[in-house]
Design a protein around this ligand. Structure first.
Ligand code: SF4
Length: 371
């Protein structure tokens, strides 16, 4: 496939692996975080991890949008879905995210009208087709997906679709990264930057990582050679004693981001003072809600929701996985009580979740020798 096969070329991949080997100092351990769940998935799908020397360790970050949704927000969604006359719409991944009692799929099995959609525009179409029903869209995701929600809300307003509303769970990437960098139990040497989010926000928002924390950041694409090239660039910075934000994904990511998308987001959303992240707790100014100008389309204001904080199950170690403190197979219930068929935590649900990636690609333990 043109423009894809080139980025999966095994000869070039082995050449980049050789370059990585030449850049590492034996005896030194390098811990690099890939922020985005899409990178985690690609790393294990293509065996990128197997091409790295044992002293280059990849740890997985908080960039999976489904994984970071706390149980209380799922409970809010289920409460709305159960209300008479409501058609509740969401992406497929969200159907099986556990709430404190039930997930949306169980609510659907018990009679709630819960429907899977592929985009917020699908949900708006359902609203137009069912003018006598209230249609709610469960919006999740980082800055990558927030613009499509914003544009859909603008269209709903323009087309005067009054039976449509949005339960907004959009989050922003910079505050959790800052929280991670402030965490005393995590030592990182560099970041593989989130290519999808950067498509919208650009490269500049990550500059604080280089300036304030002296860590290299390389924004990367999602093919195996993108990731290997980004690791070469990070190790090159470390070797030179530099800490900069570099953009490996220039074919998609402009340094200034997508200005039109940012403008639409600024019109439709406003920052919440606090938002709870699964396993990470409350992080200031990290979540989005609908701005006052769009308050009439805000499902949280249109419906009663419990809005209660619910503690994660005791066995669940998603928080440690999302912070890169443990590997998925180190969680006590990984692959036994927690599987993709019967997940306990969110990281096992989403295709971008680290636990699902490890499980699906057979990574049940790390067996690499240290140099
Ligand atoms: S195995 Fe399950 S419970 Fe453990 S961290 Fe992963 S998703 Fe969470």
């Amino acid at each position: 496939m043109k423009f894809v096969d080139e980025f999966r070329n095994p000869t070039l991949g082995r050449a980049l692996a050789g370059e990585i080997l030449s850049l590492v100092e034996p005896g030194r351990h390098y811990k690099l975080m890939e922020v985005c769940g899409g990178h985690t998935h690609a790393i294990y799908k293509y065996g990128v991890d197997d091409l790295l020397p044992a002293n280059v360790e990849l740890v997985h970050g908080p960039g999976c949008p489904v994984c970071v949704i706390p149980m209380g927000r799922v409970d809010d969604a289920v409460a709305i879905a159960r209300q008479p006359g409501v058609i509740f719409t969401c992406f497929g991944d969200m159907l099986r995210v556990p709430g404190s009692d039930h997930c949306l799929l169980e609510a659907k099995a018990a009679g709630a009208d819960v429907r899977m959609v592929y985009s917020p525009l699908d949900a708006l179409r359902i609203a137009k087709d069912n003018p006598d029903r209230e249609v709610v869209f469960l919006a999740i995701g980082f800055e990558t997906t927030a613009p499509s929600t914003a544009l859909t809300l603008k269209r709903a307003r323009a087309e005067m679709v009054h039976n449509f509303s949005c339960l907004c769970n959009h989050v922003t990437i910079v505050p959790p990264l800052r929280a991670l960098l402030e965490s005393p139990d995590l030592r990182l040497d560099g970041f593989i930057g989130p290519g999808h989010v950067a498509t919208i926000v650009g490269a500049r928002p990550f500059q604080f990582i280089a300036d304030d924390y002296a860590k290299p950041v390389v924004i990367a694409g999602f093919e195996p050679l993108d990731i290997l090239a980004a690791i070469v660039m990070i190790l090159g910075q470390i070797g030179d004693g530099r800490s900069e934000v570099e953009n490996q994904y220039r074919r998609v990511v402009p340094d200034e981001g997508n200005l039109r998308a940012l403008e639409v987001m600024a019109e439709v959303f406003t920052l919440r003072p606090h938002f709870e992240w699964r396993g990470l707790g409350f992080i200031s100014h990290s979540g989005l809600r609908l701005s006052d100008a769009y308050a009439d389309l805000d499902a949280e204001r249109r419906f009663d929701v419990p809005g209660v904080r619910v503690a994660d199950p005791k066995a669940c170690q998603c928080g440690e996985v999302l912070k890169g403190v443990i590997k998925p197979w180190e969680c006590k219930v990984f692959g036994s009580a927690c599987t993709p068929e019967r997940p306990i935590g969110t990281c096992m649900v989403s295709s971008e979740g680290a636990c699902a990636a490890y499980y699906n690609y057979g990574r049940f333990a790390r067996e690499r020798e240290v140099l």
